[in-house]
Design a binder for this molecule. Structure first.
Ligand code: NAP
Length: 286
C-alpha cells in the first residue's frame, strides 16, 4: 500500500505557484484573495489559517473581512458587490458554513464568477459539466482529489469510480470530474441501499461524508485506490477521515490519510484558482 501524500503534492504545487506569482509581480500584477469570515467557529478559523499560510508561501495577497454572527444576507452581498468592483481583488472566498439567518445561495450567487475561486457559483459549476477544458475555476476539494490521482499516475479512464457523498461542493462535482475523465461513476448517498455492494466494485473510491469509520476494510476491493475526503474531530481532539485507515490500508493500493491528504490539496487548488482568476482578469499569458 502506498500513501497519497497530499502534503507533499500540495507543497510542490505551492512552490510552482510562488514562481508564477513572482513572475506576475515583475509584470506589476499582484494576485489578491479577499476572504469573508463570519463568526469565530474554530474549524473555520483553522481553515482560514491554512489558507492564509498558503497565501504567504505563494506571495498571493490576502485581505480578510470579519463579521459578527448576526450579520444579514444583505450586508454580505453588499460587501461582495464592492469586492466584485474592486480591480485589486482577483478572488472572493466566503468561508462556509454561514449562520442560519444568512441565505447561503444568495451570498454565493452574488460573487462575480470571474472571482469565484471556490468554484461554487452556478456558472462555474455548470461549465465544469461540459468537459475537462471548462474546469478552469472548479471546486477546490474535488479538483484536489483529481490532482492527487493524476500526480500518482493513477489511471481514471475506464475505471469503476464510486463517490460516497453527493453534496454540491464535494460529491457531485467530484463525480462529474471523474466522468469527464471517462470513469464509470456511481454516486452514493444517505439513501443508497447496501452501500458496501457499490464500494466493493470501486477501483477508485472517494469518500466525502463526515462520518468516522463509515468505510471499513470489508467494504473495499483488494487493490482499490481510496481517497478519504471526510474530516471528523474525535472527542480526543484527534482528526480522522471517513475511512478506517488502519485496516483499509492493508487492502488498498493507495489511500489518502486524514490529515495530510485531501485537506492540503484543497488549499493548494484554491491558490491555483486565485492565480488562474488573476491571469484571466488581466489577460496575462505565461
Ligand atoms: P455534506 O454537505 O454534509 O455532505 C455529506 C454527504 O454525505 C451528503 O451527500 C449525505 O447525504 C451523505 N451521507 C451522509 N451519511 C451518509 C451515509 N451513511 N452513507 C452515505 N452517504 C451519506 O458534507 P460535505 O461538505 O460534502 O463534506 C463531506 C466531508 O468532507 C465532511 O467531513 C467535510 O468536513 C469534508 N470536507 C473536507 C474538505 C477538505 O478540504 N479536506 C473540504 C470539504 C469537505 P444526504 O445529503 O442525502 O444526507
Amino acid at each position: 500500500m502506498a500513501i497519497l501524500d497530499g502534503r507533499k503534492v500540495s507543497k510542490e504545487i505551492l512552490l510552482n505557484l510562488a514562481k508564477d506569482v513572482n513572475r506576475m509581480h515583475l509584470d506589476h500584477i499582484s494576485p489578491k484573495l479577499a476572504v469573508i469570515l463570519v463568526g469565530k467557529d474554530p474549524a473555520s478559523l483553522s481553515y482560514i489559517r491554512q489558507k492564509q499560510k498558503a497565501c504567504d508561501t505563494t506571495g498571493i495577497e490576502w485581505e480578510q473581512f470579519d463579521y459578527e454572527t448576526d450579520v444579514s444576507t444583505e450586508d454580505l452581498i453588499e460587501k461582495i458587490e464592492e469586492l466584485n468592483e474592486d480591480n485589486t481583488i482577483h478572488g472572493i472566498l466566503v468561508q462556509l458554513p454561514l449562520p442560519k439567518q444568512v441565505f447561503e445561495p444568495d451570498v454565493i450567487r452574488a460573487i462575480d464568477p470571474k472571482k469565484d475561486v471556490d468554484g461554487f457559483t452556478a456558472y462555474n459549476i455548470g461549465k465544469m459539466f461540459l468537459s475537462t477544458d471548462f474546469e478552469d475555476l472548479a471546486p477546490c476539494t474535488p479538483r484536489g482529489a483529481i490532482k492527487m490521482l493524476e500526480y500518482y499516475d493513477i489511471d481514471i479512464k475506464g475505471k469503476e469510480a464510486v463517490v460516497v457523498g453527493h453534496s454540491n461542493i464535494v460529491g457531485k462535482p467530484l463525480s462529474t470530474m471523474l466522468l469527464n475523465r471517462d470513469a464509470t461513476v456511481t454516486t452514493c448517498h444517505i439513501h443508497t441501499k447496501d452501500l458496501a455492494s457499490h464500494t466493493l466494485r470501486a477501483d477508485i473510491l472517494c469518500v466525502a461524508v463526515g462520518k468516522p469509520n463509515l468505510i471499513t476494510a470489508d467494504m473495499v476491493k483488494d487493490g482499490a485506490v481510496v481517497v478519504d475526503i471526510g474530516v471528523n474531530r474525535l472527542e480526543s481532539g484527534k482528526l480522522c477521515g471517513d475511512v478506517d485507515f488502519e485496516n483499509v490500508e492493508k487492502k488498498a493500493s493507495y489511500v489518502s490519510p486524514v490529515p495530510g491528504g485531501a485537506g492540503p490539496m484543497t488549499v493548494a487548488c484554491l491558490m491555483e484558482n486565485v492565480v488562474i482568476a488573476a491571469k484571466r482578469i488581466h489577460k496575462y499569458k505565461s
